[in-house]
Design a protein around this ligand. Structure first.
Ligand SMILES: NC(=O)c1ccc[n+]([C@@H]2O[C@H](COP(=O)([O-])OP(=O)(O)OC[C@H]3O[C@@H](n4cnc5c(N)ncnc54)[C@H](O)[C@@H]3O)[C@@H](O)[C@H]2O)c1
Ligand SMILES: [Zn+2]
Ligand SMILES: [Zn+2]
Length: 361
C-alpha cells in the first residue's frame, strides 16, 4: 500500500515552499522506503525552489538526511528494514566507464528510485538530488542508503549526505591534504568549515580560514583553523602568503562559488600547490587567468564533486570518527526545526545566521 505522508514541496518557481500531503509508493525492485529522522537545509534546496537547477517543478526538497529503512523492494540485499542509514546522492552503478576503471567515486551513471512519488492528484514529484527527504518518508534507490552505526545522532550524521561530506572530502580526498601541509579555506559556511575539519583530521599543521563574516571566522576557529583572514578588510592573497612564510598554501580550497574568490585561491597557492574548487558556480561565472601563471605555478586545479566521496566507504568511517569524538559533526547543527519551518530556515541561511538548520521529523 502506498503511504500518504507530509512533504515540503516547491510548487512553482520562486514561491515559498508548502507542506503538503505526498504519496510514497511501496518500494519496487532495487528501491527502499526510508522513514526520515532528520534532514539538513542546504543551499541546493533553495536553488531548486528558485528554478536554478531545472524547471521540473514540483520539487520535493531535502537531501541531507538520516533515517531508518522501513521496507525494501525485490532483489535488495544491501540494506534491510530497521537499518539506520544516511542517504547519499551517489549510488554507484559499478558498470559505467568510470566504475570499470576503478574510480567509482566519479561514477557517471548514478541512479535514483525508478518509481515516482506524487502529489495526491497524481502529479509526479522531482525529489531534490534524487532524495526528497523533507518528508516523513521517502522512496530512494537502495544504493542511496548507506548503513552506519545506529548509536549516532541522526541530526548530525545526516549532514554527511551532502555539504559536510563535500567539505571534508574536498580537503581529505580531492585536495589530498597530508601531514604538515598548509591549507587555506576560502568561505567558512557548512562546506568550508567541514573542509577545515577535514584538513585538521588529515594532519595539516597550518589551516587558514578566509571569510567576510567575523562570526564565520570564529566558527572556523572552533573547527580547528589555526589562523583567520578577514576578507572584508585584508588583502587575502598577501595575508595567506604572510601566514605561510611568504610562500602560499599547499592546498587552497574555494568553498564559496565566486570567481573573485577562485582567483584569490589560485594566487594564494605555493608553487606546485593544489587548488580545489568545491563551491558551485552559476553558468554565467568566468575566470580569466594568464596562461603563464597557470603554467608557471604548476600544481593542480581540481574540481571536487561531492568531495570525491564513496559513500559506502566513507560514511561509516566518518560516523565512527564522530562517535569516537574525533570529528565534531554536532557543531554543524545550528538549530533543529520542524517540517513547517523550512521557508524561514531558507531566510536564516540567506542571512548567514546558521551553518545548518536541521529538520527533525
Ligand atoms: N561540490 C559539491 O559537491 C558541493 C556540495 C554541497 C555544496 N557545495 C557548494 O559549496 C558552497 C558553499 O556551501 P555552504 O553551504 O557552505 O554555503 P554558505 O553560504 O553557508 O557559506 C558560504 C560562505 O562564504 C562566505 N563568503 C561569501 N563571499 C565571500 C568572499 N568574497 N570571500 C570569502 N568568503 C566569502 C560567506 O560569508 C559564507 O560564510 C556553495 O557554492 C554550495 O553550492 C558544493
Ligand atoms: Zn558507475
Ligand atoms: Zn546539499
Amino acid at each position: 500500500m502506498a503511504s500518504e505522508v507530509r512533504g515540503v514541496v516547491a510548487l512553482a518557481k520562486g514561491e515559498p515552499v508548502s507542506l503538503v500531503t505526498i504519496v510514497v509508493p511501496d518500494p519496487g525492485p532495487g528501491e527502499a522506503v526510508v522513514t526520515v529522522q532528520a534532514c539538513g537545509v542546504c543551499h541546493t534546496d533553495l536553488h531548486y525552489r528558485e528554478g536554478g537547477i531545472n524547471d521540473e517543478f514540483p520539487f520535493l526538497l531535502g537531501h541531507e538526511a538520516a533515517g531508518v529503512v522501513e521496507a525494501v523492494g525485490p532483489g535488495v540485499t544491501s540494506v534491510e528494514p530497521g537499518d539506520f542509514v544516511v542517504l547519499n546522492w551517489r549510488a554507484v552503478c559499478g558498470e559505467c566507464r568510470s566504475c570499470r576503471r576503478g574510480r567509482p567515486w566519479y561514477c557517471f551513471a548514478t541512479h535514483n528510485a525508478t518509481q515516482k512519488m506524487t502529489l495526491q492528484d497524481g502529479t509526479p514529484l522531482s525529489p531534490a538530488l534524487g532524495i526528497g527527504a523533507f518528508a516523513d518518508k521517502t522512496l530512494v534507490a537502495a544504493g542511496q542508503c548507506t548503513k552506519v552505526d545506529p548509536a549516532a545522532r541522526p541530526e548530525a550524521v545526516g549532514l554527511l549526505g551532502c555539504g559536510v561530506m563535500a567539505g571534508l572530502g574536498s580537503a581529505m580526498l580531492t585536495g589530498e591534504v597530508g601531514l604538515g601541509d598548509s591549507v587555506a579555506v576560502f568561505g567558512c559556511g557548512g562546506v568550508g568549515c567541514a573542509a577545515i575539519a577535514g584538513a585538521v583530521l588529515a594532519g595539516a599543521s597550518t589551516v587558514i580560514a578566509v571569510d567576510l563574516d567575523p562570526g564565520k571566522l570564529e566558527l572556523a576557529r572552533q573547527f580547528g583553523a589555526t589562523d583567520v583572514v578577514d576578507a572584508s578588510s585584508e588583502d587575502v592573497v598577501a595575508s595567506v602568503q604572510a601566514l605561510t612564510d611568504g610562500n602560499g598554501a599547499d592546498v587552497c580550497i574555494e568553498a564559496v562559488g565566486n570567481p573573485k574568490v577562485m582567483e584569490q585561491a589560485f594566487y594564494a597557492r605555493d608553487l606546485a600547490g593544489t587548488l580545489v574548487q568545491v563551491g558551485v558556480p552559476t553558468p554565467d561565472m568566468r575566470i580569466d587567468l594568464p596562461m603563464i601563471e597557470f603554467f608557471g605555478r604548476g600544481g593542480q586545479l581540481r574540481p571536487s564533486w561531492y568531495g570525491d566521496c564513496l559513500p559506502s566507504r566513507d560514511f561509516p568511517m566518518l560516523v565512527d570518527l564522530y562517535l569516537q569524538g574525533r570529528l565534531d559533526l554536532d557543531r554543524f547543527v545550528s538549530e533543529t526545526i520542524g517540517l513547517d519551518d523550512v521557508e524561514e530556515a531558507f531566510h536564516r541561511m540567506e542571512r548567514g545566521e546558521v551553518l545548518r538548520s536541521v529538520v527533525v521529523v
